[in-house]
Design a binder for this molecule. Structure first.
Ligand code: UGA
Length: 440
């Protein structure tokens, strides 16, 4: 089978490379010529573990091809995956102009049956809109299927998530389209992956409901953390105690600076917007967003409480990406916090294993550092924002001797409070008691 994937961002490129790995002939299309030239050299323009190897392997085997020509991508394929960006507009709704453009082109070029699949997160009703656009642009009449096949991959573990998903959701408008999609995903049958077959709007809702539910779990535990700080409880234990109940589950109950990245914030805003347009107020999604927005400010307040007036102070920030194992800084809590600190007159020394270069483009006043130990030299406080593995086992004696003051603010609860106290730190974390003595 030959498929095309339009858009070579995270979702598009992982989808293309993984289907090629399944043995499918794949053409990945992007109108960005530099990006396509880079990909043809086997270089992936962002950091995702294992992806460059998979792209190179399948490109060399001839199963994965790249093009900037949308017409070619449409002509060659039986199944066309739309994985283009749907950036948020000021009102929270998704900008669908790229999706529309692909749909119009599919319409004009189509000479035989095709299945058009949305892979990016798109508002409920998009598949219907695609169907209408294809129909009204068709130069010759031929039948086609429209499918919503949402992606659930996480950055940093995208390949594993694609190859071993918890489930595959296929929302289709015809049995032919379902049969073709099932055929594509056949390699997953060996793993007994559940395949959820449903109608198109239901699949579109499943994607939003899943992401916003996960975001809600995070906001819920962050609220509990804030309460724990007031009543002297420990949110890590609260989360453990809750998570052992199988109905609740222990995942996504880790308190911290709030969720970031390109999905949760955008999808929560989009769901609120979809609700408004449909005449229903999405109260829980609104609260999730509100708690998340305020969580970042609370993190800055923690830093102020620990170091006093920020003016003239120097902070050593560990981690800038929105989570570990990615160089993605979109909506990263670390950058939001760094920006606020700098606005208040702080110097921010920073290090991240992958995201430093990108971060410097957004916040050029950051002081880039070589590693964690270089970052903490002469600082008034160390702030750990992104829990990269290399920050989990720091040489604390070295950290303490290099920093000006032994203040350690751990926004991911990586370290153990009694141990940090024993090491002589004034140690602040999230939803747990602050320990140690604040330096004068
Ligand atoms: C998320 C979903 O997890 C994927 O299933 C989905 O496919 C993807 O969005 C998407 O729609 O494309 P991703 O944004 O890559 O994936 O990252 P997550 O691992 O979900 O983390 C999101 C944010 O939540 C990060 O800032 C992370 O630090 C934070 N988080 C996560 C917490 O603060 N606490 C937790 O317990 C878990």
């Amino acid at each position: 089978m030959h498929i095309s994937v339009i858009g070579t961002g995270y979702v598009g490129l992982v989808t293309g490379a993984c289907f090629a790995e399944f043995g499918v002939d794949v053409t990945c299309m992007d109108r960005d010529e530099t990006r396509i030239a880079t990909l043809e050299k086997g270089k992936v323009p962002f950091f995702e573990p294992g992806l460059a190897e998979l792209v190179t392997k399948n490109f060399q085997a001839g199963r994965l091809k790249f093009t900037t020509d949308l017409h070619k991508a449409v002509d060659d394929a039986l199944v066309i995956f739309i994985a283009v960006g749907t950036p948020p507009q000021p009102d929270g709704s998704a900008d669908l102009s790229f999706v529309d453009e692909v749909a119009r082109n599919v319409g004009t070029r189509m000479t035989g049956y095709k299945v058009v699949v949305t892979k990016s997160t798109v508002p409920v009703g998009t598949a219907k809109r695609i169907r209408e656009l294809i129909k009204s642009n068709q130069s010759q009449e031929c039948s086609f299927g429209v499918v919503s096949n949402p992606e659930f991959l996480r950055e940093g573990s995208a390949i594993e998530d694609f190859m071993r998903p918890n489930r595959v959701v296929i929302g289709a408008d015809s049995p032919e389209a379902v049969a073709i999609m099932k055929d594509l995903y056949r390699p997953l049958y060996l793993l007994e992956t559940p395949i959820v077959i449903t109608d198109v709007p239901t699949a579109e809702v499943i994607k939003y409901a899943s992401n916003v539910f996960l975001a809600t779990k995070i906001s819920f535990i962050n609220e509990m953390a804030n309460l724990c700080e007031k009543v002297g409880a420990d949110v890590q234990m609260v989360s453990k105690g809750m998570g052992l109940d199988k109905r609740i589950g222990n995942k996504f109950l880790h308190a911290g600076p709030g969720f970031g990245g390109s999905c949760f914030g955008k999808d929560t805003a989009a769901l609120i917007n979809i609700g408004e347009k449909s005449g229903y107020s999405m109260t829980i999604a609104q609260a999730t967003k509100q708690v998340n927005d305020q969580q970042r400010n609370r993190m800055v307040d923690k830093i102020v409480d620990a170091v006093g007036d920020l003016k003239g102070k120097t902070i050593g920030m560990l981690g800038l990406s929105f989570k570990p194992n990615t160089d993605d800084i979109r909506d990263s809590p670390a950058l939001g916090i760094a920006e606020q600190l700098m606005k208040a007159g702080c110097t921010v020394r920073a290090y991240d294993p992958e995201a430093l270069t990108e971060s410097m483009k957004v916040l050029p006043k950051l002081v880039p550092c070589r590693d964690a130990y270089h970052t903490v030299e002469g600082v008034d406080a160390v702030v750990l924002v992104t829990e990269w593995n290399q920050f989990r086992n720091l040489d604390l004696d070295q950290i303490k001797s290099k920093a000006k003051a032994p203040i350690f603010i751990d926004l991911r609860n990586v370290y153990d409070p009694p141990r940090m106290q024993q090491q002589g730190f004034y140690y602040v974390s999230v939803g747990r008691k602050t320990v140690g003595t604040r330096p004068a």
